[in-house]
Each structure stands twice: as C-alpha cells, then as structure tokens.
Design a protein around this ligand. Structure first.
Ligand SMILES: C[S@@+](CC[C@H](N)C(=O)[O-])C[C@H]1O[C@@H](n2cnc3c(N)ncnc32)[C@H](O)[C@@H]1O
Length: 316
C-alpha cells in the first residue's frame, strides 16, 4: 500500500492527503494552487512505477513481525501501544467471527442460565409475523435463518408448506426440535458463516428474525447475496433489523459508544445502520423492496428499539 501524507505546512499553506488504498500508485500529482508560496519544495503525492515496485518488493520480502520489530527498535515508545493492540486484536479476532462470537455468547448465557432458551426475552413478533402471513404463500417451501430455540419457528410452521430451519449451534437446534415437536415436521440444519452452504434456488421464502444485525456491512453483502441465490425467482426474503430512523436513534447509539467504547457490540455483536443503507445493501444483492414496516414499541415487554422489517423479492 502506498500512502503518502502531507503534513499541513503553515509556511507553504499547503494541506491535503494523498493516498492509494488499493496497493497501487497515486498517479495524478496534486498541483499546488498558484496562490501558495511555491518556494517550499512541493510535497510529492505520486510514486514512479519503479519506486512502487521497490516498495512492493520490500514489503513482500520481510515478515510483518520483523518490520514491526525494526520499528519498535527505532521507536521504543510504541512498544506499549503495540502490546495493547496485540492483546485487543486477539479478542477482536474472536468477536470478528460472528459464528464463534455467537457460540461464545451462548456458552456465557448457559453459565448464567443453564436452561435458558435463546429468544426468551425477544418480544416484538406481531408486525414481523403479520408480514410473513401476508406475503408468504401457504404452500411455500421456506427457510428460517437463525431459528434459535424455536420461538419464531413455532409461528412460522403453520403458515408454510415445508420448513427448513437453520442455526450455527447444534445445541440450540436440539432445543428448537424439542420446542416444535408437536408441530408438522421441520428439517433442522446446522449452518455456519455467511451462507456459502445454501443450495441454489431451493426456497420460495427465507425468513430471518433477529439475525441480520449480527453482520456488518461487508458480511451482509455476502450473506444476502447467498440468500438471493437460495431463493427461487419471485421468492421472498423477510428480515428484521435495527435501524437508525430518527436523530434520537443515532444519539442513543453515540451515548452507548461513549460509555462503552467504539465498536460496541454489547452483549455480543449487534450492528445497526440507517434504514437506507440496509435498503442499498439489499438492492445491491439484487432484491426489490416490496414493503418496509417498523414494529410497534408496545409489541415488546422490555424497553427496546423496535425492529424495522423488510419484505424483499428476488425478481422473476
Ligand atoms: C438473536 S437470536 C434470534 C433467534 C430467533 N430468530 C428469535 O428471534 O427468537 C440469533 C440466532 O441466530 C443464530 N445464528 C448466529 N449466526 C448465525 C448464522 N450465520 N446462521 C444461522 N444462525 C445464526 C444464533 O445461534 C441465534 O440462535
């Protein structure tokens, strides 16, 4: 990566940052406007091809830890920062993988509530299930994403023809199996990651309640592309997310970040984005938006930000 920064120079009056983030070269030199004092040598924002090549060769020829060691020998005051980053990086690595972070969270919950059912406190299903009932055909072959302990599964099962329900945890799937034993058959599947295991064009409907908020922007793009792929043309994707709809939603989130630190994902990973951003992601994956409805606050037992529910369609 070639990143060349210009330090703001009062003498020259020149400010600005030139950066190539794709590993390439910034090709267009930035000309100093004529009003500036050009007696100071202009800062160069470009690199020649030969220079770029040398940088790439150097970067590729030495291991990262060796380059870091050299840096720390030259600038020992960075050692404390580097150590802290290493420790934080190790835990962030676990939290960055949503499957692992979920399973870790589940284990933590079990330590506190050995028989706690996932989803026991996540109310707010009326609007969501209303959309499922309204849009999904009774004969549909449906997939429920992240079924947890089967709380939503119980509501979905009577509304569809056949149902597959997935989750990343075998143990959670056992609970869901037990919780739905009195209903028509449901196929439970263990899944992982971002849906690479989904089969092409298998379902008429994919339903995901309280799942998408576990994925960040990039992960969502991949996950939703796989959902698009597993839907038959004309198939529907019904999903709940948390959105920033009002200025006070953002303010509340900022307060949380201030109190708990940046990148807060408490108690596990919960992402939220502006509604428009979610819509952009869904559309980028090929979906058409059929309907969007926000759940009502009175659907929830505890005080909670109501979900925003999307009904999306893979075009015919
Ligand atoms: C917040 S709970 C919601 C459970 C249920 N949908 C409900 O609303 O009661 C999220 C569930 O998604 C599961 N999960 C996490 N990542 C997943 C993934 N990539 N695919 C499927 N399930 C996942 C978790 O194990 C957990 O059971």
């Amino acid at each position: 990566m070639v990143v060349q920064e210009e330090i703001a120079s009062r003498e020259s009056g020149s400010v600005g940052i030139g950066a190539s983030l794709d590993g390439g070269v910034v090709t267009a030199p930035i000309e100093a406007p004529s009003v500036l004092n050009t007696s100071v040598a202009p800062v160069r924002f470009d690199a020649t091809e030969e220079e770029s090549l040398r940088i790439q060769q150097l970067a590729g020829s030495t291991k990262g830890w060796m380059r870091l060691s050299r840096l720390l020998v030259k600038q020992p005051h960075l050692a404390v920062h580097a150590a802290r980053t290493a420790v934080r990086g190790a835990s962030a690595g676990l939290r960055a993988d949503h499957t692992l972070s979920w399973l870790i969270h589940v284990e933590t919950v079990r330590q506190v509530i050995p028989n706690g059912g996932m989803g026991a406190t996540w109310g707010g299903l009326e609007t969501f299930m209303g959309l499922v009932a309204k849009h999904v055909a009774p004969s549909a072959r449906a997939l429920e994403l992240g079924c947890g302990g089967g709380r939503v599964t119980r509501h979905i099962r009577p509304l569809v023809g056949t149902l597959v329900a997935n989750d990343v945890s075998e143990r959670i799937l056992d609970e869901a199996r037990a919780a739905t034993a009195d209903l028509a058959p449901i196929e439970f599947r263990v899944t992982y990651g971002l849906g690479a295991d989904f089969r092409d064009k298998e379902f008429d409907a994919v339903i995901g309640h309280e799942l998408l908020m576990q994925f960040d922007f990039d992960e969502l793009l991949r996950y939703c592309s796989n959902i698009f792929r597993t839907l038959k043309p004309g198939g529907l994707f019904i999903a709940s997310v948390y959105t920033f709809d009002e200025p006070q939603d953002i303010a509340a989130h900022m307060t949380m970040i201030r109190e708990h630190g940046a990148g807060v994902r408490s108690p596990f990973r919960v992402h939220r984005m502006p509604r428009r951003t979610y819509q952009d992601i869904f559309e980028a994956c090929g979906f058409e938006v059929v309907e969007v409805q926000r759940s009502r606050a009175d659907e929830y037992k505890a005080q909670k930000t109501p979900h925003t529910n999307f009904v999306l369609q893979r075009p015919l």
